[in-house]
Design a protein around this ligand. Structure first.
Ligand code: FAD
Length: 365
C-alpha cells in the first residue's frame, strides 16, 4: 500500500508536532511518521505521585517567538529558579588537546572556574578532546557571564507548558511505524507496512539514523554527550521548579531539579554514572536542605541528548543544502545536529520553499 501526502514529518517529538501545527495552520496537508508521541517530552507516571510528570527539564523561554505563538493566553508566572551551590577548589587536568573546549574556556573565562567545573561534570573528558563548537555557540547565544540571558518558565503540576500545549492539540495524524528506507530521489519513505510518497519531507530524527536509512555515506563524525538521571521521591515538599547546580567538582551530582513537590530529578556527573543511587542520600540532603529520606524510584539514561560537535561542519552544511534540493529538510536539535532548544528551531514555513539555497553538492552527487 502506498500513501501520499504533501508534507511528511518524520518523528513525533515536540519539534515534529510544532511543525505539524504550523503546516495545519497554513492549510497544508501533512502527516507524522513515528512511534509514540512527544519524544523526550513524554511524561511518565509513578505510583508514588499518581499523575503524569515530565522528567526532563524542558522549559519554554518566555521572550521567544515560539512561546508567543504557542501560548498567547498562557501566563508565565511560575518561573524556573536557579542556584549554584558548593563552590569548591579546582583540580586542573594535566592533559588536553590544543583546540579543545577546555582550552577555549581557559582563554575566555579566566575570571571564574565555574564554567570549567560544570562543563566537566556535564560532559566529562569530552571537553579535553574536542572543540565542542555547538556548546560554544549555545553559551554565546544563551548566557552572559555564566548567567542565563533569557527567562524560562517552570512546570505546572509537574508538566512542561510545551507538553500541555501540544497535548491540548491532540489528536495528531500519525502513521505508526519506523522508517526502514528513505528514497529521497523518488520522494518515498518505506516502512515495514508500506510506502509513503511525499512532496516535502521534514526530518526530525537523529542525523546518524538518516545515513542508515538513505544509504548516503557519512563523511563526518557526530560528537554527542549523554545524561543519566536518578529519580527520587520524598515525603517532605521541595521547592517546585527549582534547579540546583552543584559546583563541587568531586560530588556525584551535576544538578538536581524539582518538577513536582515530592519528586527530585538528579542528573549525575558524567564520571559518576555507575554510582549506586542509594549512596548519595547525604549529598541530596545537603543540596536541598531537606532532612527526610530520599527514596530512589527510577533511573533513566539518554545516550545522545546533547549534540556537541561534528568533525567537519562544512560537510554537514553541504549535506543539508544537498537535501534541500531534494525537498528534504533536517529540522530540530538531533536532525540538524545543533545544540539548540525548541524555540531556536526554524519553524518558518517559507524555508521549505525558498529558492535561494546555495547549491553545493560536493560529495553527495
Ligand atoms: C537535560 C535536558 C534538558 C533540556 N532542556 C531543554 C529546555 O529547557 N528547552 C528546550 O527547548 N529543550 C531542552 N532540551 C532539549 C529537548 O529535549 C529538545 O529540545 C526536544 O526534545 C527536541 O525535540 P525533538 O522533537 O527534536 O526531539 P525528540 O524529543 O528527541 O524526538 C525525536 C523523535 O525521534 C524518535 N527517534 C529517536 N531516535 C530514533 C531512531 N533511531 N529511530 C526512529 N525514531 C527515533 C523519538 O522516539 C522521538 O519521537 C533538554 C534536553 C535535555 C536532555
Amino acid at each position: 500500500m502506498t500513501l501520499r501526502t504533501d508534507y511528511l514529518i518524520a518523528g513525533t517529538g515536540p519539534s515534529a508536532l510544532i511543525h505539524y501545527l504550523n503546516l495545519q495552520n497554513s492549510g497544508k496537508e501533512a502527516v507524522l511518521l513515528g512511534s509514540g508521541l512527544y519524544g523526550q517530552l513524554k511524561p511518565v507516571e509513578y505510583r508514588q505521585i499518581g499523575k503524569p510528570v515530565n522528567l526532563l527539564p524542558i522549559f519554554p523561554v518566555t521572550e521567544s517567538n515560539l512561546w508567543k505563538r504557542l501560548n498567547p493566553n498562557l501566563k508565565a508566572d511560575n518561573h524556573l529558579t536557579l542556584e549554584k551551590i558548593n563552590l569548591n577548589g579546582i583540580r586542573r587536568p594535566e592533559y588536553r588537546l590544543q583546540a579543545c573546549y577546555y582550552n577555549y574556556l581557559l582563554q575566555h573565562q579566566q575570571e571564574s572556574d565555574i564554567p570549567y567545573i560544570l562543563s566537566y561534570k556535564q560532559f566529562g573528558d569530552l571537553i579535553f578532546k574536542h572543540p565542542l563548537t555547538e556548546l560554544k555557540k549555545k553559551l554565546n547565544r544563551n548566557y552572559r557571564s555564566g548567567q542565563p540571558k533569557y527567562l524560562k518558565t517552570g512546570f505546572v503540576n509537574g508538566l512542561s507548558p510545551y507538553y500541555r500545549f501540544l497535548k491540548s492539540r491532540e489528536p495528531y495524524p500519525v502513521i505508526p511505524g519506523m522508517i526502514e528506507q528513505i528514497d529521497y530521489i523518488n520522494k518515498m519513505v518505506h516502512t515495514k507496512k508500506g510506502a509513503i510518497r511525499y512532496n516535502h519531507l521534514i526530518y526530525t530524527l537523529p542525523l546518524d539514523y538518516f545515513f542508515d536509512t538513505t544509504g548516503l555515506k557519512k563523511t563526518f563524525e557526530l560528537i554527542s554527550g549523554g545524561a543519566r538521571f536518578l529519580i527520587y521521591y520524598t515525603d517532605e515538599p521541595l521547592p517546585e521548579n527549582h534547579l540546583w547546580y552543584c559546583c563541587d567538582i568531586d560530588s556525584n551530582i551535576y544538578r538536581a531539579f524539582v518538577p513536582q513537590k515530592n519528586l527530585l530529578v538528579v542528573q549525575l556527573s558524567r564520571k559518576r554514572w555507575e554510582k549506586n543511587p542509594n549512596e548519595i542520600s547525604t549529598e541530596l540532603q545537603s543540596i536541598t536542605g531537606i532532612k527526610e529520606k530520599f527514596h530512589h524510584i527510577d533511573t533513566t539514561t539518554h545516550l545522545h541528548c546533547y549534540p556537541l560537535d561534528v568533525s567537519c561542519n562544512i560537510k554537514k552544511e553541504e549535506l543539508a543544502g544537498f537535501l534541500r534540493e531534494h525537498n528534504v529538510y533536517l529540522s530540530g536539535r538531533f536532525a540538524e545536529w545543533r545544540y539548540i532548544d525548541l524555540h531556536e528551531v526554524d519553524y518558518d514555513l517559507n524555508q521549505y520553499e525558498r529558492e535561494s539555497y546555495v547549491r553545493n553538492t560536493v560529495g553527495y552527487e
